[in-house]
Ligand binder design. Structure first.
Ligand code: PRT
Ligand code: ZN
Length: 283
């Protein structure tokens, strides 16, 4: 059995639950209970605030956890990153009133900067040789300059919309973050084996994202050209067709390259191209 801590509610909760579901692990709707067991995998889920997840994993209250790298760095807990999950991407940036002139990080000397990430900011200012006053506040950091609590802020930015609507501009992007699977440093052999199984499933789920399964009819003598055109494809599936000299070719193509590849395939004589969603690619 392994115990996984995930965010109880908030931006990472839904995506964490969805990722587990895609990996064949149904999380019972446990928002009202702190701890819940899954029937289809030797895992139990602990629902916590994201701020508490690094400590829970470092102390062994949970064995593994899903949390933003920003929280891991801020809390300074001794945990290991087992896998980067590719969602919850954001950055923590310094932002100042949009009318202010900015000529570099020395702007912050003598200024008051509001943030929920004093450790990350303190380390950054130290490294940059900046002497600023850091004011730690738990939420609504972006309104601090307009109510006179601070001159600038250091906060999470994703689209940048919140900064704009609060009359601020982003001037330094300090820390990049995404959701990660973290692990306690002293897991047992058995727990490591379960974790390995979990990572294998997650890797397969994430690796299948953005892939399409493409079937087409193709003149037999063009198979080699298609194989050359799609270098990632080790060995395509080729099935004979009733029509002599033709075959049915099946390949996996990245969604981002799909239309370009389809043009090229048509150029090689492919017909009746069928594009299907690919659920999972297990390597
Ligand atoms: O209750 P709990 O403590 O668990 O949750 P929380 O309120 O502390 O965190 P939550 O749910 O807001 O975010 C959880 C994690 O999601 C963060 O720690 C980040 O790792 C990640 N994440 C990704 C974000 C964002 N994107 C994000 N845009 N966290 C917060 N924001 C906020 C930001 O604070 C700001 O207010 O969104 C606003 C900025 O967004 P834009 O798009 O306007 O720039
Ligand atoms: Zn939080």
């Amino acid at each position: 059995m392994i115990r996984l801590a995930i965010q109880a509610k908030g931006r990472l909760n839904e995506k964490s639950v969805k990722l587990l579901a895609d990996a064949g692990i149904q999380v019972p709707d446990g928002k009202r209970t702190l701890l819940t067991q899954c029937s289809d995998f030797p895992i139990e889920i602990l629902f916590l605030r994201d701020d508490d997840i690094p400590y829970a994993v470092a102390s062994g209250v949970a064995d593994i956890g899903i949390v933003g790298e920003n929280e891991v760095a801020e809390k300074g807990m001794s945990v290991e990153t087992a896998f980067k999950l590719g969602f919850g991407k954001c950055r923590i940036s310094l932002a100042i009133p949009k009318g202010d002139e900015y000529n570099g990080v020395s702007y912050f000397n003598g200024k008051r900067v509001a943030t929920s990430y004093p450790e990350i900011l303190g380390a950054y200012f130290k490294e940059q040789g900046v002497n600023a006053e850091i004011t730690t506040i738990a939420g609504s950091v972006e309104i601090a300059p307009s109510v006179g609590m601070a001159d600038a802020i250091f906060d999470i930015v994703s689209s940048g919309g919140t900064l704009v609507s609060n009359g601020l501009k982003e001037v330094e992007k300090v820390f990049y973050s995404e959701a990660v699977l973290i692990k306690n440093k002293n897991l047992s052999e058995k727990q490591l084996a379960i974790l390995e199984q979990l990572i294998f499933r997650i890797d397969s789920v994430l690796g299948s994202k953005g892939l399409k399964y493409v079937l087409m009819n193709l003149p037999q003598d063009k198979v080699e050209d298609v194989v050359k055109m799609l270098p990632g494809m080790k060995s395509p599936t080729v099935l004979p067709l009733a029509k002599e000299g033709w075959c049915s070719l099946h390949v996996v193509i990245k969604e981002s390259e799909l239309w370009q590849r389809i043009e090229e395939l048509k150029g090689l004589g492919a017909e009746d191209i069928l594009v299907l969603a690919l659920e999972k690619l297990i390597r």
